[in-house]
Design a protein around this ligand. Structure first.
Ligand SMILES: C[S@@+](CC[C@H](N)C(=O)[O-])C[C@H]1O[C@@H](n2cnc3c(N)ncnc32)[C@H](O)[C@@H]1O
Length: 384
């Protein structure tokens, strides 16, 4: 592909990413994979260059741009080589005329206000869309850490490694799980130990269920539940590879979850609640173009729902651990304040984690402060 054709491809991809953000369509990575699946003429260097251009534009623009062309014009203003590819050649974009480029920024205006109100200023906001490192968890149920060139330990997390970008993890399936250091740290907050009964209420495909099983040395019982059949179905083969035999899955029927959970008396109920994912935007920065105040309120309502579902399954004196990968108080501290107001006798407990800072009754990890994905976690003790 010529440089101009690469620019045109990035424009087309950004058009579809903008439309998907508006209409709740697929993620940018999926759209990029689909685009190239039908364009076999694009070599690996072309694909990499187009992908980098697309992500550079996504990271540079806080507000959703009007079009892919407006997005790339914003980059071209400060990049003469890119501007030169708008040359009108057969597969390239039309020359730059008198037109409006998108406005650079980190976040949509309304979200910048919500972050500021949640105690996160400009530096914290900027770090939300920087590139994320590749962190993994060594699954001690399968053995010791393999020797990998460039692997670095992460202080405070004995099972974590930070790896150089682009490492192929497939040869280490079962022994190494891709898992951000922040995700590992909040799972430690559960305090899961061998012999316990743990309900992982929103288990998804089981990333944290596997970490809980390792923390429990594969002794005890983990019930991994979720309302999403497809996600939960991915857990069993992963657990198999990881040697985590104590995990049983339980598919929940949305709206009738309480009935399906009625028999459970758990030492720990771990609620990794559905959320905006604002703490993980380093990995999918276009997600900030999707969020609206209405969607945020829907997530907050789901969090209230799953917290209320989890509480009755905690044994007297047991713990309810609430986690979101979000930095917004609406999806963190505010949820805990409300839960405690509605559930007399419950108490938030102090947490000793290798990362994070106290935020009201919980702990918050941020990309700027901790170098991890962003999380909120709180541990609530049930009355005896
Ligand atoms: C943040 S994700 C969980 C990620 C997962 N724990 C992991 O570590 O990979 C939130 C999950 O909550 C699930 N969920 C949403 N509403 C739920 C409900 N009412 N009951 C149980 N799970 C629910 C979603 O399907 C989604 O898989």
């Amino acid at each position: 592909m010529t440089p101009a054709a690469r620019t045109q491809a990035a424009i087309e991809l950004l058009d579809s990413i903008v439309a998907a953000a508006e209409q709740g369509g697929a993620a940018a990575d999926t759209l990029i994979a689909r685009y190239f699946a039908t364009r076999r003429y694009a070599g690996s260097k072309d694909r990499r260059a187009v992908r980098e251009l697309v992500y550079a534009a996504i990271r540079a623009l806080g507000e959703r741009p009007a079009s892919g062309r407006a997005a790339l014009l914003a980059l071209a203003r400060h990049d003469a080589a890119l501007a030169a590819t708008f040359d009108g050649s057969p597969h390239g974009p039309a020359p730059i005329g008198d037109e409006t480029a998108a406005t650079p920024g980190v976040l949509p205006h309304w979200l910048a206000e919500r972050f500021a109100a949640s105690g996160l200023g400009d530096d914290e906001q900027a770090a939300l869309v920087e590139r994320a490192p590749l962190d993994v968890r060594v699954n001690r149920l399968r053995g010791e850490a393999p020797a990998i060139d460039g692997a670095a330990a992460i202080p405070g997390l004995p099972d974590a490694l930070r790896l150089p970008a682009g490492i192929d993890l497939a040869p280490h399936a079962g022994l190494i799980e891709a898992q951000d250091a922040g995700s590992q740290a909040v799972t430690l907050a559960a305090g899961a130990a061998p012999g316990m009964t743990v309900l992982d209420l929103c288990a998804g495909a089981g990333g944290k269920s596997l970490a809980l099983a390792a923390a429990m040395a594969n002794r005890g019982r983990i019930i991994a539940s979720d309302v999403d059949r497809a996600r939960l179905a991915r857990l069993a083969p992963r657990a198999n590879r990881a040697g985590a035999t104590i995990i049983e899955t339980r598919l929940l029927d949305g709206g009738r979850e309480a009935e399906a959970l009625a028999d459970i008396v758990a030492d720990i109920v771990f609620v990794d609640a559905p959320c905006s994912g604002s703490g993980t935007w380093r990995r999918n920065p276009e997600a900030r173009w999707r969020l609206t105040p209405e969607r945020l309120e829907r997530y907050a309502a789901m969090q209230r729902h799953v917290l209320a579902l989890g509480a009755p399954a905690v044994r007297p004196g047991g713990a309810l651990v609430f986690v979101t990968c979000s930095l917004l108080d609406a999806e963190g501290a505010d949820q805990i304040e409300r839960f405690l107001a509605d559930h007399p006798g419950w108490q938030a407990e102090p947490l000793a984690l290798p990362f994070g800072r106290a935020r009201e009754q919980g702990v918050r990890l941020t990309p700027a402060h901790d170098g991890t994905d962003g999380f909120f976690v709180a541990r609530l003790r049930a009355p005896c």
